[in-house]
Write a protein that binds this ligand. Structure first.
Ligand SMILES: [Zn+2]
Length: 257
């Protein structure tokens, strides 16, 4: 399972930014899209799937829609997920989340569309106020990809109600969580077992303890007893690995003997 993530635009895309009267810093749309894409990718690392990005993750380079779609098609991705933020309210209120599929989209795209919409509105509390929050749209990345594809517009950058919310880190976290929950639901992704360093150390010391209690192998028994008689080894833990210092002492003892 390869999930292709597309954070829309880049830092230099003209006009794609928050409305100055609401956000004096005029945060670029790519910054919002990229932040969510990063979080989605990080969360997906905990599941049995792979992910790839088709935008420039630094936001510095413009990656054309053709390049994005080609990269996803070439990699044979199983899902194309495009992340955007909306505009068009011009300082009014309302807005919300809209998730598109292309006209005549396949069943899988529609399943992802519905799941992403419902999970993200529940997670973020940002409801769509449009008549149809899960419409079809003639969008290049949806029309030209060879795999199921959805494009989400996750709140408006020029809405007095949406914009202050979508700028927050908390919103981005919840949005990413909602998106990943939707993918887990539709594709049945399983959590990968993560072993911590502490757990690994515990397993390793148990392993070494158990090895230390093993008797010598038949083929080694006689030689081991002989080496022990000569004082080259103390004969303990015959099935454990020797450290460099233990080997040095054994060589030393052998040479003296
Ligand atoms: Zn956009």
């Amino acid at each position: 399972m390869l999930i292709c993530i597309d954070a829309g635009h880049y830092l230099g895309t003209p006009g794609k930014r928050c409305l100055k009267s609401i956000d004096p810093r005029e945060t670029r749309e790519w910054v919002l899209n990229g932040r969510v894409a990063d979080k989605v990718q990080a969360l997906l690392e905990g599941y049995d799937c792979r992910s790839m990005r088709v935008d420039d993750v630094t936001g510095e380079r413009e990656v054309t829609l053709y390049e994005r779609v080609s990269a996803a098609n070439h990699a044979g991705a199983d899902l194309y997920l495009s992340i955007h933020h909306n505009a068009g309210i011009n300082g009014g209120s309302g807005g919300g989340i809209v998730v598109y599929v292309c006209p005549g989209a396949d069943e899988q795209s529609r399943r992802v569309q519905q799941a992403v919409y419902s999970r993200t509105v529940v997670r973020t509390g940002l409801w769509g106020n449009r008549a149809n929050p899960t419409p079809e749209g003639e969008l290049y990345v949806l029309n030209c990809t060879h795999m199921p594809a959805v494009l989400g517009e996750f709140g408006f950058m020029d809405s007095t109600t949406d914009t202050p919310i979508i700028l927050t880190e908390c919103y981005a976290d919840r949005l990413a969580m909602g998106i990943v929950e939707a993918l887990v639901e539709v594709y049945g992704l399983k959590e990968v077992e993560q072993v911590t360093y502490e757990q690994w150390m515990e397993f390793m010391s148990r392993y070494q303890r158990e090895r230390g209690e093993l008797a010598p192998s038949d083929w080694a028994r006689a030689g081991l007893l002989e080496a022990q008689a000569r004082g080259i080894t103390d004969g303990t833990r015959p099935q454990c690995e020797a450290t460099r210092q233990e080997v040095a002492l054994m060589i030393n003892a052998a040479l003296k003997g």
